[in-house]
Structures are given as structure tokens and as C-alpha cells.
Ligand binder design. Structure first.
Ligand SMILES: *[C@@H]1O[C@H](CO)[C@@H](O)[C@H](O)[C@H]1NC(C)=O
Ligand SMILES: *[C@@H]1O[C@H](CO)[C@@H](O)[C@H](O)[C@H]1NC(C)=O
Length: 589
């Protein structure tokens, strides 16, 4: 221990001596935005006592090795398939270089921080400091402002640009909150097109998913009806909750009493992260949270179900208390928490997202690589693909379908995190027989390149597409969604009342529910869970899905993309068939 400390100090001294003092004062822009993100307006100057919790991400020196390990353990053709990494193995691969640690520590020490007392992630790839805004401004050679979200009135403290001494650039991936506004973060079930029909009686004659969706019809449609989970002591499912969406135990009970009486005495476990809350007053319940826990829970009962309530969008009210934090970075807070847990649910569903271009590239890249860590540990991550087809706004609204780099180039607007190649994106279908639902989010990333696992499926679609939508989407980008599930007419209970809700928010927990049962069957027969799904899916797993071949996802004043045989950017490879999936995996359930 003592020796290690001595070594670190020696390295530090050598490196610091190598950087001439003058060079160390020259700040160079590290990240900047060409425009204030759409929807926000400059609103003023932060109060002098305002503090900021800055997260500093150090480069994960062996990320290429982590990515290789992720693809190997997720590829059915590789000898390492299913040999998921432990928490410690992942941490060893993402630990920063000693040189990066030394430089960043020296920089922090020069600003008065006690290096021994820094708040760090277990892999030491994140350092968190709490600083008054004026100190953050001098460290990052920037000026923070208060920005107000025009629609919601939310106020945040951010900057359009920040700088670091040039020699630090290779040793820091990202520092936030700086340029990450995140006001576009939304639950993909409570956006514009969604029909939340309060207190309408259910269609008691439709038990087939033709006009409304209930747990019973999904169990029939996706072939899980006769399966009883067996590995409930090991297998579990997790649901993320953000933006003050609280899941309500009483609503879940009412829902189960009507739609799954056998489950009426069961419930979910809630975990509160970063000032998230667990509010059980019916007036505080949220439709998104209700939808997620009710369907993930019903489809997997009696599998344990965790609901994480992550705080992080506190409005900076007119007169904030001294020391009030203002972070609004939900994914990092959630990731920071879950990556520290020694054991994790094998299947996790998230129904929230942003327009990709509103998320700074450095932040998106880092968050995406943290998702890769979860995949390497054997977690299957599902995200809703979005609720507005190929772009935000209405189907004929072109106004939001332009680049925000100052040039306003017309283009489709992909969503994040579904554009991250290490997660599984879930689009939406409707009716029976199933067709693509018109709001199903789909498209091509401008941040992340097409991963090789999907190149043959995606390039075949692009070739068949010809000139349609040419110039509006990025042929070399990661394409999504990967799969789909029902996304309209879900009966839920919220705040004591029954209603009907739709969105790919419904599709993600539904697909996750089916895969959680597959994981149960695998674990019960002594096999590892599926983990990161896409390599399995694109290399043949897709044959066990119901291909959706009709419908399209209009937006940006175009007809969007059309569903087609095989993969398409509306429904991916289609909807799950539990029996076919377990058979494809060689299980006899
Ligand atoms: C109720 O469901 C039946 C069977 O799918 C369908 O024929 C009927 O149109 C539905 N009624 C309403 C009001 O949606
Ligand atoms: C298209 O995607 C690639 C990643 O594959 C990216 O490097 C490039 O900048 C994108 N092009 C545009 C115009 O955004």
C-alpha cells in the first residue's frame, strides 16, 4: 500500500516536471455547441453561491479490449460466448492510465483539491467534485449561464463551451454538467401522439391484442402463456425511472387484481438514486412508470422486479438554497450507481431518450461505452426507439428536422441512447396481425458508426431503398431499432384510475419481459443469460422473431421508412416469439 503510493507520487513528479508552466496555463476548447440547444433560451447568471457537481471522465485506457470482450461473450459463434465478465474484470479494462490519473490529480491539486479525498468510481475512471460555479468557471475557462426550457420552464446552469489546458485533453474524455442540456429527455410514452384515455372501460370482448393490450393478450401473442419462471432466486428484471416518474404500489396491485390476479400480492422493489424519490401518493404517480412496472412485472411474474428512481432534473427555482446542486444528468447518475453493484438484474428496460444531436458527442460516447460495460457483465439492455418516426415534431413538421450545427441542414433526427451500438432498441407495432405503428422511432446515428454485427442486414435494406430519403439519413451510422413489440392501447392503472397508453415506452418493457423469461429458462438449465442481445440477434436469432413487413414511420414531412421483409428501420427484425427463441437456444421448456 505504502509502496504503491510512493510510486504514484514519483510518476506524478516526473510528469509534472515535463510540462512547462506556461504550456499548462494555455486553455484550448474541449467541447462546444454551435447553438443553444433547441427549446432552451439564455435566462441569466447563476447566483454566486450556486454549486455544481462536476463529473470528470478519464479515458478508459483499454476500452478496445472491453469492446472486444463484449462482442466475444455476446457472439454465439465465439468460444467465449456466455463467459460474461465480472465487475472487477470490467473495472480493470476501463481503469485509466496512471499517466492520466497523475495529470488530472495534479490539475485538481493545483485548484486546491486534496487528491486523497477525491470521490472516485471503483475503476477510478470517474472523479466527482463539488465546486462553486465561479471555481468551475476558472478551472474550465468558461462562463456558466442559467438557461430556461421554454416549454417546461425548467432552469439549468450550463455553458455552451468549456476549455482545458491543452496537455490535459488526452487525459479527460468529458466533464459534465457543462454542455449537456438534456431538456429533450423525455419518456417515450407521454409524448404528443399518445392517447391517455382516462377511465374508459376496457373492451372486455377483445382478449387478442386487436384493439387493446393486456398482459393476457401479450402472453398469447408472444407465446409465453404456459411458461412458469423457475429461476426466480437468481433472475430478475430492472426498470429505470427518471423525470419524477414514480411507480405506485397501490396502482400495481389494482392492475394485478384486474389483469393478473395470481400476482396481486407481489410488487416491485424500489431503489432511489441521486435524490430520486419514492412518492406513493396517487397524485404523484406517473403514467410512464405505471406502464413500465405493470407490464414488465406482469409478463415476468413471479420474477423479482427492481424499479430505480433516479433524480437529477431539479429546477433551479428563482431563489435556490445555498449549495443547491443542479445536475440533470440522469444516465450518468444511474450508470454510476448500477456499475458499482456486484450483482445486477439480467434484463433492464428504459423508456426514455433524447434527440441524438442535442446530446454532446463526448457525453454520448462516454455514456454509450458505459452501457458496453453492462453488456460485458451479461446484462441485456432495452431502450424504446422513440415516438415520432424519423424525426421530432409531428409527421408533417419539418421545422425540427434540421441540423443544429449552425447550418440548419434538413435531415432526419435520430435518438439517443438507442443510437448506441451496445444496446437493443425496441420499436413499436399495433393490432393483430401486427403491423408497424406509425410513430415507431427508427433511423441511423450520426454519432456511432454501423457496428459490423448489423452490416449485412442493414446494407441489404439500404440497397433496396435506392434513392428514397437519400441525404436525409446517414448510411454509415448505427441503424435502429433492432426489434419491436406492441406499442398502442396498453391498459394501465395510474393514480387509481384505469387508462390506455401507447408509445414505444410500452414496447420496451414488453420485449424485455419476454427476454427476461428466456433468461430465466437459460439460468434454470444452468446456462448463462443472453447478455448483450444484438450479436445473437443479427447472426441468426432473428429467425425466432415475427417479421413485421407492413407499415411505415413518417416524420419530417416524409413517409419515413417502410417495414420490409427482414430487418428494417421501423420494427427491426420484429416481435418476439418466446417458444421459438427458447427452441433456437436449444432449450426444452
Ligand atoms: C372490441 O374487440 C372486438 C374483438 O377484437 C372488436 O371486434 C371490436 O371492434 C372492439 N370494440 C371496440 C369498441 O373497440
Ligand atoms: C455519419 O455517421 C458517421 C459515423 O458512421 C459520422 O462519423 C459522420 O459524421 C456522420 N455524418 C453526418 C453528416 O453526420
Amino acid at each position: 500500500m505504502v509502496q504503491l503510493q510512493f510510486c504514484a507520487l514519483a510518476v506524478l513528479g516526473a510528469l509534472v516536471a515535463a510540462s512547462p508552466a506556461a504550456e499548462r496555463r494555455v486553455h484550448v476548447v474541449k467541447s462546444s455547441l454551435a447553438e443553444i440547444p433547441r427549446g432552451w433560451a439564455l435566462h441569466g447568471t447563476p447566483p454566486t453561491h450556486h454549486t455544481i457537481k462536476l463529473r470528470i471522465g478519464l479515458p478508459q485506457s483499454r476500452f478496445a479490449d472491453l469492446e472486444r470482450a463484449l462482442f466475444q461473450v455476446s457472439d454465439p459463434a465465439h468460444p467465449n460466448y456466455g463467459s460474461h465478465l465480472s465487475k472487477e474484470e470490467v473495472e480493470a479494462l476501463v481503469a485509466p492510465q496512471p499517466e492520466s490519473l497523475a495529470h488530472v490529480e495534479e490539475w485538481l491539486a493545483s485548484h486546491g483539491f486534496a487528491v486523497d479525498a477525491l470521490d472516485r468510481s471503483p475503476a477510478r475512471d470517474w472523479i466527482t467534485i463539488v465546486v462553486p460555479v465561479h471555481q468551475a468557471e476558472s478551472m474550465l475557462n468558461t462562463k456558466y449561464h442559467v438557461y430556461k426550457h421554454t416549454e417546461s420552464g425548467m432552469e439549468i446552469v450550463r455553458t455552451q463551451s468549456y476549455s482545458l489546458p491543452e496537455y490535459l485533453h488526452p487525459h479527460v474524455d468529458v466533464i459534465q454538467p457543462t454542455t449537456m442540456f438534456g431538456g429533450g429527455l423525455r419518456a417515450f410514452g407521454i409524448t404528443s401522439h399518445v392517447e391517455v384515455v382516462a377511465a374508459v372501460p376496457g373492451n372486455e370482448t377483445d382478449t387478442s391484442c386487436a384493439t387493446q393490450v393486456t398482459p393476457a393478450c401479450l402472453q398469447q401473442l408472444y407465446n409465453t402463456a404456459n411458461y412458469t419462471p423457475k429461476a426466480t432466486d437468481k433472475n430478475s428484471i430492472g426498470i429505470t425511472g427518471y423525470l419524477n416518474q414514480y411507480a405506485n404500489h397501490a396502482d400495481l396491485k389494482t392492475f394485478y387484481q384486474k389483469y393478473l390476479p395470481a400476482a396481486a400480492d407481489s410488487t416491485f422493489t424500489e431503489v432511489v438514486i441521486n435524490g430520486g424519490q419514492n412518492l406513493q401518493d396517487p397524485s404523484q404517480s406517473g403514467a410512464e412508470a405505471a406502464l413500465d412496472v405493470q407490464y414488465a412485472g406482469a409478463l415476468t411474474y413471479p420474477t423479482p422486479n427492481t424499479f430505480w428512481s433516479t433524480g437529477g432534473s431539479p429546477p433551479l427555482a428563482g431563489n435556490p438554497a445555498p449549495g443547491q446542486m443542479n445536475t440533470n444528468e440522469p444516465y450518468l447518475d444511474w450508470l454510476n450507481y448500477v456499475l458499482q453493484q456486484p450483482s445486477l438484474p439480467q434484463t433492464i428496460s428504459t423508456s426514455y431518450g433524447d434527440d441524438e444531436q442535442t446530446v454532446p458527442l463526448d457525453y454520448a460516447t462516454r455514456v454509450c461505452s458505459e452501457f458496453a460495460q453492462l453488456g460485458a457483465r451479461g446484462v441485456t439492455l432495452f431502450f424504446s426507439s422513440g415516438d415520432s418516426g424519423v424525426g421530432p415534431g409531428g409527421q408533417s413538421d419539418k421545422s425540427q428536422c434540421v441540423s443544429n450545427d449552425g447550418n440548419a441542414t434538413p435531415k432526419f433526427i435520430p435518438a439517443f441512447p438507442v443510437s448506441c451500438p451496445y444496446v437493443t432498441a425496441v420499436g413499436g407495432t399495433t393490432g393483430k396481425p401486427e403491423t408497424a405503428v406509425d410513430f415507431s422511432g427508427g433511423g441511423f446515428s450520426n454519432y456511432f458508426a454501423q457496428p459490423s454485427y448489423q452490416s449485412s442486414a442493414v446494407n441489404a435494406y439500404i440497397a433496396a431503398l435506392g434513392a428514397t430519403n437519400a441525404g436525409l439519413y446517414n448510411k454509415t451510422g448505427r441503424a435502429y431499432p433492432d426489434v419491436a413489440a406492441q406499442g398502442t392501447g396498453f391498459r394501465i392503472f395510474e393514480g387509481g384510475k384505469e387508462s390506455s397508453i401507447g408509445g414505444t415506452s410500452a414496447s420496451s418493457p414488453t420485449f424485455a419481459g419476454v427476454i427476461s423469461l428466456v433468461n430465466d429458462a437459460l439460468i434454470a438449465s444452468g446456462k448463462p443469460p443472453l447478455g448483450f442481445l444484438n450479436p445473437w440477434l443479427y447472426s441468426g436469432g432473428y429467425k425466432a422473431l415475427n417479421d413485421i413487413t407492413s407499415g411505415n414511420n413518417p416524420g419530417c414531412g416524409t413517409a419515413g421508412f417502410s417495414a420490409a421483409q427482414g430487418w428494417d428501420p421501423v420494427t427491426g427484425f420484429g416481435t418476439p416469439d418466446f417458444k421459438k427463441i427458447v427452441a433456437a437456444l436449444g432449450l426444452n421448456v
